[in-house]
Design a binder for this molecule. Sequence first.
Ligand SMILES: Cc1cc2nc3c(=O)[nH]c(=O)nc-3n(C[C@H](O)[C@H](O)[C@H](O)COP(=O)(O)OP(=O)(O)OC[C@H]3O[C@@H](n4cnc5c(N)ncnc54)[C@H](O)[C@@H]3O)c2cc1C
Length: 412
Amino acid sequence: MKRPMRVVVVGAGPAGLLAAGSAARIGASVRIIERNSAPGVKLLITGKGRCNISNTASIKEFVQAFAPDGRFLYRAFSRFFREDLVEILTDNGVQVKVERGGRLFPFSDRAADVLLALLSWVKSAGVEIRTGTRCTGLLMHQSALAGVKITGGTIEADKIILATGGASYPRTGSTGDGYRLAASAGHTVVTPLPSLVPLVVKEGFVAKLEGISLRNVRATVISDDRTLASETGEMVFTSDGLSGPIILTLSRLAVPLLAERRNVVISIDLKPAISEQELQQRLIREMVGRQTIKNYLRTLLPARLAPLFLMLCRLDANKVISHIDIEERCRLVSKLKDLSFAISSARPLAEAIVTAGGISTREIDPLTMGSRLLPGLFFAGEIIDIDGPTGGYNLQAAFSTGYLAGISAASA
Ligand SMILES: Cc1cc2nc3c(=O)[nH]c(=O)nc-3n(C[C@H](O)[C@H](O)[C@H](O)COP(=O)(O)OP(=O)(O)OC[C@H]3O[C@@H](n4cnc5c(N)ncnc54)[C@H](O)[C@@H]3O)c2cc1C
């Protein structure tokens, strides 16, 4: 009888678990090695512990969301998509719900339930999970891949799947080991950069705004006087800059510009639902009577933002609103529509939700996730040079590439 294909998966994150489970289900003998003492450490903190597993967007929209390299993922999404993931989860006791923006979450709001369901799916296929075991190198025999080196030994295998994640949130185990392992096989590592990350601003006064969150505002990225993209929704001021959902999304565009040393400005429209003219009219209507401008502004802005905002508008906070002249009102309106911050940098990779960059997609076959350089080597998940927006896109990509790598590696 033919012996089963021996597959070693490096990394027990979402990509590694899907790779191992799918390979084992078509007859491979599969072992996962995980450096942490437990699998899925990063998965547990996703979606603030609620785990936004996927999105109701179509495959076409997913591919667009991963631009400019989204086409690379088309086959992986076609082979294993949201419905397949939901089936595995429901078969293993986890119901799923859809929230705003088409985001899918476990009904229980517990990432731990998703991990338990995936582990049950993987283990029932006969996969062995070896935790506390770090892969330190690829084992070669006469220029062919023969297994992996681990601390204090080796494991022989026919196929290796690297699913070691990116280099963000290194305390979860993804420290960039996979890049070094792949580079030892000749692979190009596109410089890892932070993505979905808070931005640091040049204006020191932002520290005074720390913790203030704004809803229904529009943030726009401007570089070299060109408007590049806008997002409307929620954001928050940090001790040194800007964060929150719309800023994280825009960081995907801002970080590469900063890396090219281009100038980047984020302009915040605090009243995006109305035009500048309408806002003028509203202020003309409302700015009558004896209250101070400081008190009036509380109807337009969070109270803590008002004093600093008035300082930026060069307005006396105690001035009575009916005494505000046209020029002052225009300054107020223009600042409400355009509160600008010059971006100096992004927060470090360690604080990014995902890593942009990684193993070049040009060296991976999108039909199999197999290396084009070293037969028997496969890649899955965030280790690959792909990164998507928030909303469940990155986890779905990890699951889909994991599944495809698994079935490809298990095949002869
Ligand atoms: C705070 C936060 C929240 C997030 N929320 C969401 C969300 O809600 N929705 C979403 O779609 N995405 C989210 N993401 C992104 C998502 O978590 C990642 O894209 C995803 O986990 C990538 O999966 P992966 O399996 O490729 O890598 P990882 O999850 O990083 O898993 C890689 C595994 O490999 C192991 N490993 C590394 N090196 C070695 C080695 N040498 N030997 C053995 N094992 C090794 C690591 O310990 C780790 O367990 C979030 C990320 C963060 C940081």
